[in-house]
Design a protein around this ligand. Structure first.
Ligand code: UD1
Length: 347
């Protein structure tokens, strides 16, 4: 059973990817600082995959990827157990664009320095297989839609710059040593939750993204959704995004890993989205219809750093990985709301 190191494995996308990894027969080593997540999700991952009795399927280490002594220990332990780490899926990092404008050094430190520490240790242990959690945010404000992987990289905030910087580092590592196998997955807007209702997004810090806010407004009833901008160049004036179900995104990671194990060394960039754009208003309408609830809203000024339209050209991921997004926007709304109600009921 191949042992995969998942950095940030207790976070939103990381934890859902762990489900797909287990279902595909991998063993997992998770490291997470739990700065914005909780190790309690590991039990839920084992519960969903019906492997509660096989707790050795997941080895968890609480720690920070910037701690080289800690990282070294994790790799050494895997050797001692005769189950060396054969590949890394690297999620660990910070992701709030507006926060990154206020505290850029923290973003460079976590996202870029953290990745450098990880890559150094990987090189040391000859583990040269990596799937990197990149973002469509690196395209900035693209000149045309849908966005192809060859489009200019032009981030407009420190968060985007930090993701682009790690992609650059990976490219230089590959040039220096073409034994590396590298896939950069450029995510569009992941939402939803596992269909069981037992795993989903659980941000401990202040939430800024549209979908969790939609859920809170629907739940609390006394809140109003603020829609950022009504004069974008779109059909109804609200911004367009390419929302993708988190389990489809998880599946893209496992297929990327399988691709790496079955192909020659290379570096590749892949957009992971559905290729379908939805305005904020269309999203609100769909959420209300599918979940039979009310979302009161008002229009506000545009949010600083927002772009009008981000939609993926996902053909390369589909053809290369033999991957296909299977869940539509209704599934995203139903699954995400099922989970969020559970979380909000607990608070
Ligand atoms: C945001 C980040 C992006 C990050 C991604 C992670 C910004 C500018 N971008 O993407 O870098 O990779 O999250 O998931 O922070 N909206 C409202 N009202 C709200 C919240 C959002 O109208 O209360 C709108 C936004 O203006 C946007 C759309 O909903 O048009 C989606 O917003 P969001 O979920 O925050 O995602 P992004 O901004 O695309």
């Amino acid at each position: 059973m191949k042992n995969i190191l998942v950095t940030g494995g207790t976070g939103f996308i990381g934890s859902h990817t762990c489900i797909s990894l287990i279902e595909q027969g991998y063993k997992i080593t998770i490291i997470d600082s739990c700065f914005n997540s909780s190790p309690s999700v590991i039990k839920n991952i084992l519960l969903i995959t019906k492997r509660l009795k096989e707790s050795n399927l997941i080895t968890f280490y609480k720690g920070d990827i910037r701690d080289k002594v800690f990282l070294n220990k994790v790799f050494i332990e895997s050797l001692k157990e005769n189950n060396p780490i054969e590949a890394v899926i690297h999620f660990a990092g910070l992701k709030a664009a507006d926060e990154s404008v206020r505290i850029p050094l923290i973003y460079w430190d976590n996202n870029v320095y953290g990745s450098i520490c990880l890559l150094n240790i990987m090189e040391k242990f000859h583990c040269r297989n990596i799937v990197f959690s990149s973002s469509a945010t690196i395209y900035g404000n693209p000149k045309s839609i849908p966005i192809h992987e060859t489009f200019e990289i032009n981030p407009i905030n420190p968060y985007g710059h930090s993701k682009a910087a790690v992609e650059n580092i990976l490219r230089e590592i590959y040039i220096s040593n073409p034994k590396w196998k590298i896939i950069n997955l450029r995510y569009f807007n992941p939402i939803g939750a596992h269909e069981s209702g037992d795993l989903g997004e659980r941000p401990l810090k202040n939430e800024k993204n549209l979908f969790p806010i939609l859920c809170k407004v629907a739940y609390e009833k006394n809140r109003i959704l603020k829609i950022f901008g009504r004069n974008w160049p779109t059909s109804d004036g609200t911004a367009i995004r390419d929302y993708i179900h988190v389990m489809d995104l998880a599946d893209a990671h496992v297929k990327s890993l399988n691709f790496i194990f079955n192909n020659e060394p290379q570096i590749m960039n892949l957009n992971v989205g559905t290729g379908l754009g939805l305005t904020v208003l269309e999203m609100v309408e769909t959420f209300m219809n599918k979940n039979n609830c009310e979302i009161p809203y008002e229009f506000c000024d545009r949010r600083i750093g927002d772009v009008p339209i981000l939609v993926a050209n996902n053909k390369k991921a589909i053809s290369t990985l033999k991957w296909q997004p299977k869940r539509n926007i209704s599934d995203m709304c139903l699954d995400g709301w099922r989970w969020q109600q559970k979380v909000l009921n607990e608070i």
